[in-house]
Ligand binder design. Structure first.
Ligand code: SF4
Length: 205
């Protein structure tokens, strides 16, 4: 019986997302066992490989993964001891450190990036339209969770100050990025944009 205010459909959506999250966790654990790294260490290597230095401070990573700074520091120290990353002081803030992959770390990260292959293989069976609709729904859900404070970091178009929704009549590219001055299709919307800046209404929320 659904709880008050929560429909059966809502419950099914949360249950389906939980199942998918479980599959992703399992795949990551399998990769962790094989590579002798913890899931947090794997996520750290993959994150550092995909983001610019400005987003690679220990505090930023802790926020990104929903961990305490102490837990994040332990993971970083362990990766440093394995020769997979180095730290350096930020020129603009001498108390902060940015992280950078070593050549060995980049090689490991390239190997680890295959951890979700089983998932990608199944996505090949879905049409472009189905995947675009799924992306739309997930981005709106992330935006909503970000607005209510459940998700702290959301570098998606929908929360960006440069995003202009439905700015164009062309239904193939209805949105606009004011930073790149470029129309955006639904499938162009970004999930983790390095140029993202939080919209003022959200940063003060
Ligand atoms: S800067 Fe990035 S996140 Fe912001 S609207 Fe443009 S593409 Fe989207």
């Amino acid at each position: 019986m659904p709880k008050t205010g929560i429909s059966e459909l809502d419950e099914k959506i949360v249950s389906a997302l939980e199942r998918l999250a479980h599959v992703l966790r399992t795949l990551l654990w399998e990769e962790a066992t094989e590579s002798r790294l913890s899931p947090i260490q794997i996520q750290t290597l993959l994150y550092l490989n995909a983001h610019s230095e400005g987003l690679c401070r220990v505090g930023q990573l802790a926020q990104e993964f929903g961990l305490t700074p102490a837990t994040m520091s332990d993971a970083v120290a362990s990766l440093e001891a394995k020769g997979l990353l180095t730290r350096k002081l930020c020129p603009e803030d001498r108390r902060a450190q940015t992280l950078r992959l070593t050549a060995k770390g980049r090689r490991s990260s390239a190997k680890l990036s295959r951890w979700a292959d089983a998932f990608y293989q199944q996505l090949e069976h879905f049409s472009y339209e189905e995947k675009t609709q799924a992306l739309q729904f997930l981005l709106k859900l992330i935006e909503s969770l970000h607005r209510s404070g459940v998700i702290t970091v959301a570098r998606i178009c929908l929360t960006c100050r440069f995003f202009r929704p439905h700015a164009h009549r062309d239904s193939r590219t209805p949105h606009h990025c004011a930073l790149m001055d470029k129309p955006l299709a639904e499938s162009d919307l970004r999930v983790d944009c390095p140029e993202h800046e939080t919209a003022p209404a959200l940063s003060s929320a």
